[in-house]
Write a protein that binds this ligand. Structure first.
Ligand code: NAD
Length: 436
């Protein structure tokens, strides 16, 4: 099967490399020449564990180019994986998607299967079909194949998906997609064929539900804090019910990244456009906005005024094992601390340079976790990288001005922190701590 993947970001690059690894011939296209040049030199422009090794093993079957025409002419199935960022009114920006569709129409000399891999609002396939009819006389077919990978675990998620969702209209499209994905579902997980509209909505349903779950955990943790219940005990208590899955029920500093915030907004926007409400999802979004600066609230309850203070901050990416800093809670915490007149010295194992380019707030980048703490008034943990889980408490005691830790991800073991006599603030675990 000759495949083109258009857009070589976190999704497109992983998909392209995985398809090539499965034996398909793949052309990866991006309109960013820097990205393509880096890939041609064997460098991976994003941090994703395992991607470099997989690319090495698939190298003979994958090409990288900025030339969309060539990719279209040389391929039968075209995966579109460009960004669909949030616009000012909350809707998804389909400009890059439609640019690619028009480019495909101009270049195609035979009918193609055009697979929308990006997360696109309900109804986009129909719009794309209309554009195809306008710009081309060839009978192209539009397929929806939303992606569910998680950054940081993207390779495993792509190679062994829980399910593959395909929205399409013809048996031929079903056969083509089944052939492409057959190597990835040998574990027996299903390929679910459905209408394009159902596939579009499935992706938003998944992300919205997960956002709701996280915000529920965060709100419950706040109540647990107030009433002196431990959120870990509560979680294990109520998720022992076979109807309630405990995964993703962890309170923290709010969700971020390039998907949940924008997909939640896009779903709310789609609902309004269709005279429906999305009250539960809207509430999850509101809770998350407050949660992103929960550590600053805790900091202010402790210090009252932080003007002129300096804080160490561990973790700049929106989650561990990625360099993606889009909508990362650290961004909001740094901005808030800047506005209160406090300084931030931050450390992240991977995302430091990217955060310096992309965050609007000011912070100094430290070379190591302990360097960030030298002379700081307190430590804030914002992303739960594994290397933060077992710090050397003697070194921390010596480095920090005050032995105070604000743990926005419940990363540390409360009994360790207590043993070293730190003041410790976490999210909803106070009773566990006080009983140690
Ligand atoms: P990204 O920003 O990392 O990558 C998009 C790529 O498309 C960029 O490299 C950009 O240069 C390229 N591009 C833009 N316009 C182009 C054009 N006209 N021609 C060729 N290339 C073009 O985005 P991403 O994180 O990979 O997300 C892509 C889509 O997948 C989005 O809709 C997103 O919501 C969805 N998604 C993302 C994830 C994730 O974890 N990142 C997971 C599931 C779904």
């Amino acid at each position: 099967m000759k495949i083109a993947v258009i857009g070589t970001g976190y999704v497109g690059l992983v998909a392209g490399v995985a398809f090539a690894d499965a034996g398909h011939k793949v052309i990866c296209v991006d309109n960013d020449p820097n990205k393509i040049n880096a890939l041609l030199e064997g460098q991976i422009p994003i941090y994703e564990p395992g991607l470099e090794d997989l690319l090495r093993s698939a190298k003979s079957r994958i090409l990288f180019t900025t030339d969309l025409n060539r990719a279209v002419q040389d391929s039968d199935v075209l995966f579109v994986a460009v960004g669909t960022p949030e616009t000012e009114d909350g809707s998804a920006d389909l400009g890059p998607t439609y640019n690619v569709i028009e480019g495909i129409c101009k270049a195609a000399e035979s009918p193609k299967f055009i697979v929308l891999k990006s997360t696109v609002p309900v109804g986009t396939s129909r719009q794309v079909e209309k554009r195809l009819a306008e710009f081309s006389s060839l009978p192209h077919e539009v397929i929806n194949n939303p992606e569910f990978l998680k950054e940081g675990a993207a390779i495993d998620d792509f190679l062994r998906p829980d399910r593959v969702v395909i929205g399409c209209k013809s048996e031929k499209a079903q056969d083509v997609m089944a052939k492409i994905y057959e190597p990835f579902v040998r574990n027996g997980h299903p390929i679910l064929f459905m209408s394009n509209t159902a596939a579009e909505l499935t992706k938003y349903a998944a992300n919205a539900f997960l956002s709701v779950k996280i915000s529920f955990a965060n709100e419950l943790a706040q109540l647990a804090d107030q009433v002196g219940a431990d959120i870990d005990e509560v979680r294990s208590g109520f998720t022992s019910d076979s109807r309630i899955n405990p995964a993703f029920f962890y309170p923290g500093s709010g969700y971020g990244g390039s998907c949940f915030p924008k997909d939640v907004q896009a779903l709310i926007h789609t609902a309004h456009k269709n005279d429906c409400t999305m009250n539960i999802v809207s509430a999850a979004d509101k809770v998350n906005d407050q949660q992103k600066t929960i550590l600053v609230q805790k900091l202010l309850s402790h210090f009252h005024d932080v003007k002129g203070m300096r804080f160490a901050l561990w973790g700049l990416s929106f989650k561990p094992r990625t360099d993606d800093v889009r909508e990362a809670p650290a961004k909001y915490i740094i901005e808030k601390l800047n506005s209160l007149g406090a300084e931030v010295v931050a450390y992240d194992p991977i995302a430091g340079t990217r955060a310096q380019k992309e965050f609007s707030g000011k912070f100094q980048l430290a070379e190591s976790a302990i360097d960030a703490c030298q002379g700081a008034d307190a430590l804030l943990i914002v992303t739960e990288w594994n290397e933060f889980r077992n710090p050397n408490y003697d070194d921390l005691s010596a480095a920090l001005k005050n032995k105070i830790i604000f743990d926005g991800r419940n990363t540390l073991n409360p009994s360790d922190v207590k043993r070293y006599d730190f003041e410790y603030y976490c999210i909803g675990r106070q009773s566990l701590f006080s009983e140690v």
